[in-house]
Design a protein around this ligand. Structure first.
Ligand code: TRP
Length: 501
């Protein structure tokens, strides 16, 4: 009977697919982690939250929370060999809903992530066109004006959202080793090289030191003004999003990992690579911005917040650098951001599709990956429509654009509280479902299933002994739940203006 059971499991595993090599797995997992969160979120949040002090807090959080949640997710995924819903169901029927939280988050995050991914394609394309004929790429518009006109042009946003989603669907259709692994094994090293080129250009610009100072100078004043708790909360939220944690991405990728691979080591490598890349991104973005502030280019400043990636950097390339070089580096930079975003979006789509594949494989059917991926991908594409159509809230002021979908779904009240649909999707997923999911996971591991379960799974690798059991034990039991609670309260506070922090 045991033989029969093992045989069945092996067959199911074969149908689901697996990573071919540990390097391939690492590229896929690091690819999932590195994305818009690193290149967009990290530099401006670091700049606005005390610079160097933010970095130190971030590093501490990665060490005490990031590593352990990463290990927990990978271990659960590999142990149960299922996507996020199946994994929690196998732990116990009564925890299945925790899996659903993650699964739904995948839909919501990818819906807005893909719209933003579409923006990166538009910008890359724009700079390429400018190389051939001035004004062809951005219509001779100023960066702020272009951003406004592009984001409020609903058909255009939807078109580029479609291209981005199409690319994501095609890769995921190829399966684990034939699609995701194949793509990321080439894309990630290329991404790293492109990033190095951009960093070198950025830090050698005249006046780059202004940006470096802004980045690395410990800004105690800013810290006092913002408050330590707020900075901590911002850093923790950023870390979770950046490491793709809290919604079962790493559970899903872990389920495609062979027992021969070292979980403890992988759980450290992924966060370290992601954090290095976030720092590199900041080194690419902030010195360039600082240099042109120094050179007196108008309309360039650190304080742009979320506008930094599109409005400020567009200006840095088109006005600051200008000419062929500006267009060349602009195209290269936005291509790089696009690649980073795709290697993340495929992991989100995989979480959503894995559920249906698991279900079919469990019934002994062929997985039918291509069809499932297409249907799930199209669903997410449509879910992204309101995000692509409301001009990131620009439509709210004018009223016309968001009114239609908002009244359609009877969300008049909600609309008052959120600037735009992106914020709304983000609030539900990143704001509530994910911190809740991560908190419950660590409580489950720490207190209910016991950390010995993680130890057993790590030691399922032949001949491997877990190194830091006591460390993980304390993290799962106390540190992670406490930090997650802080994030949860902080996010709710942010979105509803409760005034806790
Ligand atoms: N980590 C990616 C980024 O930094 C985004 C991402 C991919 C993600 N998969 C995720 C975020 C799962 C949260 C959960 O851009």
């Amino acid at each position: 009977n045991i033989c029969k059971k093992e045989g069945k499991e092996r067959m199911e595993q074969e149908k689901r697919g697996q990573f071919g090599t540990n390097f391939g797995f690492l590229m896929a997992a690091i690819g999932s982690a590195i994305g818009l969160g690193n290149i967009w979120g990290f530099p401006y949040k670091m700049g606005a939250n005390g610079g160097f002090i933010f970095l130190i807090i971030y590093l501490a959080l990665v060490s005490f929370v990031g590593f352990s949640v990463m290990l927990g997710e990978l271990a659960l995924g590999r142990k149960y060999g299922m996507g996020v819903v199946g994994t929690y169901r196998k732990i116990s029927e009564k925890y299945t809903w925790i899996g659903w939280l993650g699964w739904l988050s995948g839909f919501l995050i990818l819906a807005f992530y893909s719209v933003l991914g579409g923006f990166t394609i538009r910008y890359c394309f724009g700079f390429l066109m400018e190389i051939f004929s001035a004004g062809a790429g951005f219509g001779g518009m100023d960066s702020g004006a272009f951003f406004g006109s592009f984001t409020t042009n609903a058909p255009m946003s939807i078109l580029f959202h479609a291209i981005f989603m199409g690319a994501t669907i095609i890769i995921v259709m190829g399966g684990i080793s034939g699609g995701i692994e194949k793509f990321t094994t080439v894309a990630m090293p290329a991404l790293f090289i492109m990033m190095l080129i951009v960093v070198i250009r950025s830090v050698t610009l005249e006046g780059a030191f202004v940006g470096l100072e802004f980045m690395f100078k410990p800004d105690l004043e800013a810290l006092k003004e913002i408050g330590l708790m707020r900075v901590l909360k911002t850093a923790a939220g950023q870390m979770f999003f950046s490491l793709s944690l809290g919604m079962g991405c790493m559970i899903t990728y872990g389920s495609y990992l062979s027992k021969n691979e070292n979980l403890e080591k992988n759980a450290m490598i992924i966060p370290i690579a992601d954090t290095c890349f976030a720092t590199l991104s900041a080194l690419a973005v902030l010195p360039a911005v600082g240099a042109f502030m120094y050179q007196g280019v108008e309309g360039v400043s650190f304080g742009a917040g979320p506008g930094l990636l599109f409005v400020t950097l567009h200006r840095v390339f088109s006005v600051g650098m200008g000419g062929f070089m500006g267009n060349f580096f602009g195209a290269l930079f936005y291509f790089l951001v696009f690649i980073a975003a795709v290697t993340s979006s495929i992991s989100l789509l995989e979480v959503c599709t894995a559920y249906f594949i698991d279900k079919r494989v469990g019934k002994g059917l062929e997985p039918d990956r291509k069809k499932i991926t297409l249907i799930v991908g199209l669903t997410i594409f449509f879910l992204g429509f309101p995000v692509a159509m409301d001009g990131l809230g620009a439509g709210v002021a004018g009223g016309a654009m968001i009114d239609i979908p908002a009244t359609l779904f009877g969300m008049k009240e909600v609309r008052v509280a959120f600037d735009c649909w992106l914020d709304f999707y983000d609030m539900i997923s990143e704001g509530v479902f994910m911190p809740l999911g991560a908190m419950l996971m660590s409580l489950l591991i720490g207190w209910k299933l016991k950390t010995t379960l993680i130890k057993e799974e790590v030691e399922a690798t032949p001949g491997y002994q877990m190194r830091a059991y006591n460390f993980w034990d304390i993290c799962f039991k106390f540190v992670v739940p406490a930090v997650m609670l802080l994030v949860l309260l902080g996010q709710l506070d942010d979105f509803f203006g409760l005034g806790i922090f």
